[in-house]
Design a protein around this ligand. Structure first.
Ligand SMILES: O=c1[nH]c(=O)c2[nH]c(=O)[nH]c2[nH]1
Length: 297
């Protein structure tokens, strides 16, 4: 009985690329430009003459998965991502046409849809968020509290965010930046002053709206600053609320170095890392907020 190699394939899974298209006739002030973003996850699987690598470890036929990932980034820069079908065809044909050892390419792309918030460079991910409520009651006439909120509300600013002037110690390598992508998945809870709110839907809708607008309209020097602005805006606009607690993971988007491929990257092609992420948490409250620590637990 002989043991033989059966079907096989290999590639790079889930390359997360965010392609920002900046307005060609923008006014030069980045905050004023209208941007378009494409947020995709690309999985490439190649097959062909791969007997040798499996049977003897001879890599002569193997295009590294790292090169496949780089191709995804370089093509995003060079061709843009018009539709994921177009982008998939471009990539799949490239791998088969350019590599004699590759006879079949499978490219699967998932696209995450974003809607505009306001202005030219703020986006909110369609769907996915969860509305939350936490109620305590000691019965009729006793203490009651209502905390409303949401989680998993993904938002992204493709410009209008800086981060510099921070502490530098012997382990600091982060370069300062005056233009970065700022992306987070908002978890927010807000406490009502009393149970007299009545129109809970309108209150929720407006609190959410003000969180989004504050995120979009704050020219951010740090996510911490954005957090405070988001909480402040909700409390400024909604008198029925007295305290907002926010947890904002900093979903890092790293500029891809395209120089090895002879391309510049003027804040257009980003690698969206899923972890580790920064985590910024904070409470914003009115100074007359009634004490109710147990409302949150
Ligand atoms: O807005 C930010 N706040 C930080 O505290 C921080 N730390 C970091 O590495 N990047 C950022 N960004």
């Amino acid at each position: 009985m002989a043991i033989v190699l059966g079907p096989n394939r290999y590639g790079k899974a889930e390359t997360r690329v965010v392609r920002v298209t900046r307005n060609a006739d923008g006014n030069g002030e980045r905050d004023g430009e209208v941007h378009r973003i494409k947020d995709v996850s690309v999985t490439v699987l190649l097959s062909g003459a791969m007997e040798d690598v499996h049977l003897s470890g001879d890599n002569a036929a193997v295009l590294p998965t790292d090169s496949q990932k780089n191709t995804v980034f370089a093509f995003a820069k060079k061709h843009g991502i018009a539709t994921i079908e177009d982008f998939g065809l471009l990539l799949a044909r490239h791998f088969v046409d350019a590599q004699p050892t590759i006879t079949h390419a499978r490219v699967e792309i998932h696209e995450y849809a974003w809607d505009r918030v306001t202005g030219g460079h703020s986006f909110v991910r369609s769907g996915g968020e969860v509305r939350t409520a936490l109620v305590h009651s000691d019965g009729d006439g006793g203490a009651e509290s209502v905390v409303s909120g949401l989680r998993d509300l993904a938002v992204l600013n493709s410009t209008g965010s800086e981060f510099h002037g921070f502490v530098r110690d012997e382990y600091t390598t982060l370069p300062p930046t005056d233009d970065r992508v700022l992306a987070t998945t908002v978890t927010a809870r807000w406490r009502h002053r009393s149970t007299a709110t009545r129109d809970w839907d309108a209150s929720y809708r407006e609190a959410r709206n003000h969180l989004l607008r504050a995120f979009a309209e704050t020219h951010s020097l740090s996510l911490q600053q954005t957090l405070f602005q988001m909480g402040r805006r909700v409390l400024d606009e909604r008198p029925e609320l007295c305290e907002v607690r926010l947890a904002l993971p900093n979903r890092h988007h790293f500029l891809v170095d395209l120089e090895p491929f002879g391309m510049d990257n003027d804040n257009e092609v980003y690698f969206a890392a899923d972890r580790p992420y920064g985590l910024v948490e904070g409470t914003v409250l009115t100074d007359d907020a009634p004490d109710a620590p147990s409302a949150w637990t």
